[in-house]
Design a protein around this ligand. Structure first.
Ligand SMILES: NC(=O)c1ccc[n+]([C@@H]2O[C@H](COP(=O)([O-])OP(=O)(O)OC[C@H]3O[C@@H](n4cnc5c(N)ncnc54)[C@H](O)[C@@H]3O)[C@@H](O)[C@H]2O)c1
Length: 344
């Protein structure tokens, strides 16, 4: 058997454990070499479950273990430093979305990876999930003509971890939840997002004890793409009824719907555990095959030396869109994404 690609997973929280379990089992080209977590208890639990050594920080793991690649699943504010460290040690990098907090950080990560000649892939799992891949293929084949309107939504069931409730440490829900939508609509529309306008609302923060300033739990963003296509993104977290991710593309020749296709008219009501139709309870469940294909894609790109399917430019574009959407909300006006490029 060929040598397997040895991975350190940094951050053994919600996302890290999806990748760690896949590296340890479902993705056969990968091997989980170790876990790194700043929290000894969290790391210890992960190491005991998966039978691998545990380190408190990435530099310890880099000097103590033979590694081919690093999966970064620590909180967003730590991504840039970890990626630059991994690149300097010559390790391929898979970095969870959002790529980083600022465009400056994205550029430092991309430059470090380029200098080291390593792959840098960003965790936009929808690009690896079969129905989204098929949608892209059929759009490119022209089956619904030119995209006129692209709509994408994501709703998460529960409150995100406390660092992700804080706008300054995470860029808020638009980054934490809707980064996936910002990437997905850009990918499906085949065009960059040019202008955004955001409205937000906070319905549940106070009752759930969220103390972070500027917290919101609902957002709607209007979009204009460079191609002339228009669209919307919306997000809600916590949505309580389950995890929900859907995309609709209205083209000049037809309609494409990804996520929940209904062939008969239905009125559907979903509430906590009482949906008439089955509902995904969580994102690891909704995108389970996607996470495996994503990690396998990263290992393939690193081993072949080919470009990853989702690179630094894609991660950077989503960060720029999030920053513009946050600015739009905070300043109460439509914002050109190009303004963020000037600020950076
Ligand atoms: N692709 C997806 O669908 C998806 C889903 C959830 C989260 N994420 C992303 O994954 C990242 C992690 O989110 P999460 O929800 O898993 O967070 P989490 O809070 O559940 O876990 C983060 C873990 O990282 C550890 N950590 C913090 N700083 C560290 C450091 N410098 N080195 C090592 N470990 C460190 C913490 O102790 C914690 O155990 C975020 O960027 C988030 O946006 C992506």
């Amino acid at each position: 058997m060929n040598k397997r690609f040895r991975i350190a997973v940094v951050g053994a929280g919600r996302a890290g454990m999806v990748h760690a379990r896949n590296a340890a089992g479902a993705v056969h080209s990968a091997e989980l070499a170790c876990i790194v977590d700043a929290d000894q208890e969290v790391g210890g639990r992960a190491g005991a479950e998966l039978g691998v050594p545990v380190f408190r920080d990435l530099s310890q793991a880099l000097s103590a273990t033979a590694l081919d690649g690093v999966v970064i699943a620590a909180p967003t504010f730590a991504h840039a430093e970890l990626a630059v460290l991994a690149a300097a040690a010559g390790k391929h990098i898979f970095c969870e979305k959002p790529m980083a907090l600022s465009l400056k950080e994205c550029d430092a990560m991309a430059a470090a990876a380029q200098t080291a000649g390593v792959v840098l892939q960003v965790g936009f799992v929808r690009r690896f999930q079969a129905e989204f891949v098929e949608a892209k293929k059929r759009l490119e084949a022209g089956e619904i003509g030119t995209p006129m309107v692209v709509k994408s939504l994501t709703r998460g069931p529960g409150l995100p971890p406390s660092w992700a409730q804080d706008l300054r440490r995470s860029n808020g829900m638009l980054a934490e939840v809707n980064s996936h939508d910002f990437d997905c609509v850009r990918w499906l529309a085949g065009a960059d997002i040019e202008r955004v306008y955001t409205e937000t609302a906070n319905f549940k923060g106070q009752e759930r004890g969220v103390a972070a300033p500027d917290f919101y739990d609902n957002a709607v963003v209007s979009l204009r793409f460079a191609s002339g296509t228009i669209g919307t993104i919306d997000g809600a977290c916590p949505a309580d009824y389950g995890y929900d991710a859907r995309v609709e593309v209205l083209g000049t020749e037809g309609l494409l719907v990804v996520g929940e296709v209904r062939s008969v008219p239905v009125l559907e009501v979903r509430s906590r555990g009482t949906g008439e139709l089955p509902t995904y309870a969580s994102w690891p469940e909704r995108f389970e095959p996607g996470y495996r294909a994503e990690l396998a894609g990263f290992v393939r790109a690193a081993m072949d030396g080919s470009a990853p399917a989702v690179g630094a430019a894609d991660g950077r574009a989503a960060v720029a869109a999030v920053l513009a959407a946050n600015r739009s909300w905070l300043e109460g006006r439509p914002v050109l994404v190009a303004e963020e490029l000037v600020v950076a």
